[in-house]
Design a protein around this ligand. Structure first.
Ligand code: SF4
Length: 359
């Protein structure tokens, strides 16, 4: 069984912090792009799917007809008997009643809404196209249409943000009662307007906010199951868990990554190049790597460590990483007992450094 990821690299406007592969002002390419996606999916025809995740970019920029046709095409090409989760990423302003009706008709059963902040001045600073009122409207309408599994993304540690301001934001979010929350620290990525403008983040503030959020959400019964992700019971994101459990998945579209039949592949970021390649029946992958046993072991440790329940340390892992595990446990960055190794509270703050030890 595979997860299927489809990348929709179009946005109404580029946000000031964003380095995802998404393009502003190229919406006229969407019909051709979808034809390309169909052609690429044909290569995987007949494979059984367990989850679908349509991400971007802004997938809800697709028209109602395009959303319904895309899902119909997937169902005609793949075996979907075991399909349990279909997620669409969405920006609040694009979730009109019409769009929500189309998503429902198409069988989408999980929405992931990019809110990013509960404050209008912060939304403006981030370069988002929506305000808080648009999010609240979208969320309430999604509930009216019967969406019972909704994730909301927030970004923390913005310049001038205070811990108190953040606490109010998270409290307000919980009052809306979503099923899933993703919290990401603001990072300044190369080539973004934030980098150009010299925006800085305060690591201490981010650490304080993250620490407080872990306790606050635990106190309200939330399950912290991955470094940046919390869910109510029964609402972990099944698709993302496939990645973190190092399972194989199919990625389709420009910039999409796949892990398929022992190979990791990454498609070209360039939409024109992507369309040219799929048009002549060639692979749009610009990177391809066979994952041998050694690499697989590294990936298994690193990806599983992202999950709060950690890694079951096999004999092979113990043989390869014994001294590293001991050293990290001594520094109290991981907790290691029996055969289970997981990030400690301190390790969650320094997760990237911990992971690097295993590479
Ligand atoms: S909506 Fe998302 S993908 Fe699009 S520019 Fe903003 S952060 Fe990037």
């Amino acid at each position: 069984m595979y997860g299927l990821y489809i990348h929709i690299p179009f946005c109404k406007k580029k946000c000031s912090y964003c380095d995802f592969i998404s393009y502003q002002g190229k919406e006229q390419l969407i019909p051709d792009y979808l034809s390309g996606v169909y052609r690429e999916m044909e290569k995987y025809a007949g494979q059984p799917l367990t989850t679908i995740f349509v991400g971007g970019g802004t997938p809800t920029l697709l028209s109602n007809e395009q959303i319904i046709a895309l899902m119909k095409k997937i169902r005609s090409l793949f075996s979907t008997r075991g399909l349990s989760e279909i997620t669409f990423e969405a920006n609040p302003e694009s979730l009109t009643p019409d769009r929500l009706r189309a998503l429902k008709t198409a069988g989408v059963n999980r929405l992931s809404i990019g809110l990013q902040s509960f404050s209008d001045p912060e939304l403006e600073f981030l370069g988002r196209v929506h305000d808080l009122a648009a999010f609240k409207r979208a969320f309430a309408t999604a509930r009216q249409f019967g969406f019972a599994n909704i994730n909301v993304d927030l970004i923390y540690g913005l310049p001038h943000q205070t811990v108190l301001g953040w606490q109010k934001s998270l409290e307000s979010l919980l009052s809306l009662d979503p099923e899933h929350i993703s919290l990401y620290p603001l990072t300044i990525e190369e080539g973004t307007p934030f980098e150009r403008d010299g925006v800085k983040v305060d690591d201490d503030l981010q650490a304080e906010i993250y620490d407080w959020s872990i306790d606050y959400l635990a106190g309200h019964g939330w399950c912290h199951y991955e470094i940046s992700n919390w869910s109510k019971v029964g609402y972990k994101c099944r698709h993302n868990l496939l990645y973190w459990r190092n399972m194989e998945y199919i990625g389709v579209g420009a910039a999409a990554a796949s892990y398929y039949k022992g190979f990791r592949m990454k498609n070209t970021n360039d939409i024109g190049e992507y369309l040219r390649m799929v048009d002549i029946g060639a692979s749009p992958a610009s990177e391809k790597e066979a994952i041998g046993t050694g690499k697989k072991l590294i990936e298994e440790v690193i990806l599983n460590l992202r999950c709060m329940d950690g890694v079951t340390v096999s004999d092979e892992m113990q043989k390869k990483y014994g001294p590293i595990i001991e050293n990290l446990a001594e520094k109290k960055l991981i907790e290691y007992s029996g055969q289970n190794m997981k990030l400690s509270r301190k390790g969650m703050q320094f997760a990237n450094q911990v992971m690097k030890e295993f590479v």
